[in-house]
Design a protein around this ligand. Structure first.
Ligand code: QAP
Ligand code: CO
Length: 168
């Protein structure tokens, strides 16, 4: 069990673009395990490697009520998206205490590698579709607050700075 430190917005490292994983080996499987430990400990429903300062295309998600349905996406690609756009109140482990509405595709098909290095495809809608899109944004260096107004972004930055001062 290894719980990793999660970068907090507005850390510049959250805006780095992740590289594809070349080989799904034991190093990647250890990273996946540590990311899952970190997500469950938080607790959260999704975590991208970027958030633990590892800039490789790895995501863990568990949107189940029972927290026993880990989804691992390595080198994820969205191969189709559509449906009605859906607005969801999102949060993020890198922006604790902040929740706001973001509009995204209601339905997506994602292709990725699993922990054995095998390719699979997944169709998602609802919360899972939101979560996959949110986590894939992290791999591109994008945090959900960047969809909000400049005013909201600057208020969130001030709030985060204040929380840091209180913690210090
Ligand atoms: C991304 O977020 C997500 O503010 C995953 O104080 C969120 O796990 C996708 C969390 C919502 C879709 C909808 C946030 C925990 C967890 C907080 C999370 C907090 C404690 C966020
Ligand atoms: Co996030």
């Amino acid at each position: 069990m290894a719980v990793l430190d999660i970068l907090r917005y507005p850390d510049a490292r959250l805006h780095k673009v992740a590289s594809p994983v070349a080989t799904v080996d034991d190093r990647i499987r250890r990273l996946v395990q540590d990311m899952a430990d970190t997500m469950y400990a938080a607790p959260g429903i999704g975590l991208a490697a970027t958030q633990v300062d590892v800039h490789e295309r790895v995501i863990v998600i568990d949107t189940s009520e029972t927290k026993d349905d880990l989804l691992v996406l390595i080198n994820p690609e969205i191969v189709a998206s559509g449906g009605e756009k859906k607005t969801y109140e999102e949060g993020c482990l890198s922006v604790p205490g902040i929740y706001d509405d973001v509009e995204r595709a209601g339905r997506i098909t994602v292709r990725a590698l699993d922990v054995r290095g095998e390719t699979f495809e997944l169709e998602a809608e609802g919360l899972l579709a939101v979560c996959i899109q949110h986590e894939m944004d992290h791999l591109q260096g994008k945090v959900f607050v960047q969809y909000l107004s400049r005013l909201k972004q600057s208020r969130i930055k001030s709030k985060m700075a204040k929380l840091d001062r209180q913690a210090a």
